[in-house]
Design a protein around this ligand. Structure first.
Ligand SMILES: [Zn+2]
Length: 237
């Protein structure tokens, strides 16, 4: 099976999800209470979905405290929640204190319930890593990693992984990450549905992405595919 380790499945057409059902396992992330509930409802219809729920740092401007509390309660009570995300910090947004407060709540839940995290860390790469380590989070993916290359080793030594996005085709920095990151810390993702500089990011693009990773690393496509599936299983320990 191929892996899309970060996708907003609740926002995709069911027809698109049906097309990849037998080929790709999806880690389905959520951004707020409504999308968390939608993500959880998808597991009744699709067998390839791992529901992750949480509050995205971009959602904090509109969300009420009650909704945040309700997402927390879902994580505490529902056994079918497989992980926490999309949560994290965004260095380009101003509400840093609020972001940190909420991110720490989710880190604590991750450590307490032993749930992997799926993290947004744009321009807050180092801060995110520091918080994860300080809060004893054991399993996490930093998604669409475009942070400093020198940080990769520290992320790996902490037991965390990164995802690579199909945008690597047009994002030279992201291709450098593929070259530098050891294969045992890499997962593939689409972040779909998302429009990025002319690319319509969707789960079925991970097949091509695996080819790109193999090309950049100079290894066999089958070996990349196998390594990524293995990494995915390790994420859930
Ligand atoms: Zn996302």
């Amino acid at each position: 099976m191929l892996i899309d380790a970060h996708c907003h499945a609740h926002a995709l057409d069911e027809e698109v999800l049906r097309r990849v059902e037998n080929r790709i396992i999806l880690i389905a992330v959520s951004e707020d209470l409504e999308s968390s509930l939608k993500t959880l409802s998808l597991i009744e219809k699709f067998e390839n979905i791992m529901p992750f729920i949480g509050v995205h740092p971009w959602s904090l401007e509109e969300i009420t405290q009650q909704e945040i509390d309700d997402v927390v309660t879902l994580i505490e009570r529902r056994e079918d929640v497989k992980g926490i995300g999309e949560v994290g910090l965004d260095g380009r947004r101003r509400n840093r204190e609020k972001q940190m407060e909420v991110f720490k709540i989710f880190c604590k839940l991750s450590a307490e319930y032993d749930l992997p995290m799926n993290i947004h860390a744009r321009d807050a790469w180092m801060e995110v890593l520091e918080v994860l380590r300080r809060m004893d989070v054991e399993s996490a993916i930093i998604h669409w990693y475009n942070g400093p290359l020198e940080m990769l080793e520290e992320i790996r030594e902490s037991g965390y992984m990164i995802t690579i996005n199909p945008a690597a085709r047009i994002q030279p920095k992201h291709r450098e990450v593929i070259g530098k990151a050891p294969i045992d810390m890499i997962l593939t993702e689409s972040d779909g549905p998302y429009e990025y500089r002319g690319l319509s990011l969707r789960p079925d693009m991970v097949a091509d992405l695996i080819k790109l990773i193999a090309e950049v690393k100079g290894v066999m496509v089958e070996d990349v595919e196998e390594a990524i599936e293995f990494n995915f299983r390790r994420l859930f320990r």
